[in-house]
Design a protein around this ligand. Sequence first.
Ligand code: FES
Length: 371
Amino acid sequence: MTDPTPSTNDILSKIRAAKSAASAGAAPVSPASAPPEQAPAAATPVEAPAPAQPPATAAAPKSTSDILAAARAKAGTPAAAPAAAAAPKGTADILAAVKKQAAAPAPAAAAPAKPADVMAAIRAKAAPAPAAPAPAAPAATAAAPAAAAAKPAVSAAGLSPADMIKAARSAETGAPAAPKVVLPTKPLPGKAAAKAEEVPRRSVLSDVLAVACAPAVIAWTSFFGSLGAATLGLARFMMPNVLVEPPTKFKIGPPTDYAPGTVSTKWQAQFNIWVVNAEVDGVRSIYALSTVCTHLGCTPNWLEGEQKFKCPCHGSGFYKSGINFEGPAPRPLERVGLRLSEDGMLEVDKSVKFQRELGQWTNPSSFVGIG
Ligand code: FES
């Protein structure tokens, strides 16, 4: 059996022959004129160009080597075309198919399959209409039109390489590419308003502080403050110091309110006196004793059970009559003035004191006799 695959020399010789024949006006070598032993036994799908043929291969072959390389690459690449499973077996078939593809016009609608081709196609598309996706970046195009014009069309369109590849693939599949949504970089209204309000507030505050800290303002404020304080002090000086004291004369009710032989502590807290109805020196009378201890001035307590006044400070004791009998107290309690007023009420006069050691208890102003 002979090898159906011709050598490179054979292919080159045939191509040269075909070129010479073409230059001589003869008909180009067609697949039909190929030797029967080199023609494929069955019809090959190479007759129909692949729909996904790259645009680079659609260009006319410049040399024989290029044609062979392209043909072998196409025949040896399984993903080059859908009919790769039925690749041509002979070199003549390969050459014929390649030449046929080269002679045929490149499909305008064929989409590039390689990323580089996709990029090239997208750049070619984007070049004549750079401002088509202008809504994606309106501020940039309006602010710097010169810079946008200086940049490539792809950059002016605002598309990244990934976007361009997506757009190319969508164009290949027929589906429209999703537009890229770019939100405007406008700040939030609330924050913008707050920032806008900070400036006037700070300016007003700084103005107020500047006015308040002015030397003239401080001086006048201090002057008027001192003048007001002096006025208030003078007014207080002109007013007398009055001590509110209880009255020295007051009425304590009728004599019948004080039973014989009793000591009333009713007025101890209010007027510092005890009212006693007792017999002193053979005379029954009503008298008023001061609640001030004659030792050092403490207030004794009336002990009803013991029928005596007992001083809590140093233990002095006084009888119901007021005479001291124990403790350091040097003398009896003092009496205050008492009289029966015109209305029949007992009237006390604390401005008058009567001392027993001085013989003053015999004074009629020191007691009210009860018949
Ligand atoms: Fe009353 Fe000393 S003050 S006993």
